[in-house]
Design a protein around this ligand. Sequence first.
Ligand SMILES: [Ca+2]
Length: 431
Amino acid sequence: MEKENYFTTFMIILVIPWSLQATTSLTGTKKKDPIKDCTREMKNKSEMCQNTTQIQAPLVNQTVTAKPKLTEFQIDAHKTISISKDDLNDLLDVYMAKLAENAATIQDKENEISQLQSRDKSDDDQLKKYQELSETCKTQNISFTATLAERDEQIKSLESKTSTYGARLKRKQHLLGLYKKQNESDAATISELKARVKALEYRLRERKDDLLADWEAATNSCLPYGKSAGIHLIQLPDFRPFLVPCDGLTAAGAGWTVIQRRFDGSVNFYRNWVEYRNGFGKLNGEFFIGLEKLHRLTTFQAHELYISLRLFNGTRRFALYDDFIIGSEKEGYEMKLLGNFHGNASDAMRTHDKMKFSTYDRDHDEFTHINCAEYHHGAWWYDFCSRSNLNGKYFKKQMDNEQGIFWDRWYSFKSLKSVQMLIRPKNAHNN
Ligand SMILES: [Ca+2]
């Protein structure tokens, strides 16, 4: 019976580890560790076994004594297993090594599990991080989308501005083109003006030469210029030389000096004493020579006066006075002499003979309570007040107006279209 027990124990020891090993390899991750349990059980049984061996020692020793290193077991009547203690120990060592190997495998598996768990945790952490990152990305994406929309608006705004600026640029380019053309036109005009200036300078030099020639000729009237209608320099003793328009083309003949001219109303003749004394207007237009020059000319040598009149109906009239002298400023530029009258106009100057000259600011007329210059809107040798008013107001058509330019011995105030007063030295007839 004891031998049978021993064998059973041995078989259990042999079979269980292998079955346990198989079980462990299949269910290595189970919490309850059957291998450990089994190991414990085997240890217990081994201890038991040893005890049994110790108990059976005398018997074994007896057998060893008979057949060293061989123990025989009587399984049944026919089969006997002999096993020595050393073999058993060897077997146990093998078994224990197997156990240790299994334990190592278990430890490896545990480590593996632990590593897997650790990796799992790490993966969880990673996942969490990825989720957080995803949230961040989501938030940023929303922000980027908003920014993108804003940028789109800005781009639209900029495109609109670009369009506006483009239109402005086109307009400016158009204007620039116009300015360029204008500039070219201006350049052409400037060039033309320069050419004209050159021509004028040339004429001026010529004129200067003429004047110098005049100066050298020292003329004191227009007589030397005969039928010339140009402007010439007159020189008189103790008096600054001055220019006068000469007119040699009138019906009265050559060598006349123009002292007064009206024809279009372009020059105002309602002027004061000083202006009448000095003269005004344009030498080649409407003009008054000036009382001082008239005085100097008519006192330097005897002159005749020729007055040319033109009515609005085209009719021409003239009045000639053959001895015309104007006094000094001290004498109020009195008409000192008039001479005899000739002509087809009326003698409308006669009543002014021996009268002083009057302007609106120098009243020399015969009326005490009337300023004839103001009344007739002119300047003349007024008496009570006037039968002629050649410095009156210019009307562009015939008017019956006492302020107009009129010439009539019967106090008719019909205005004239044009008038011209000329003087010429009396000795012209002798030449
Ligand atoms: Ca008066």
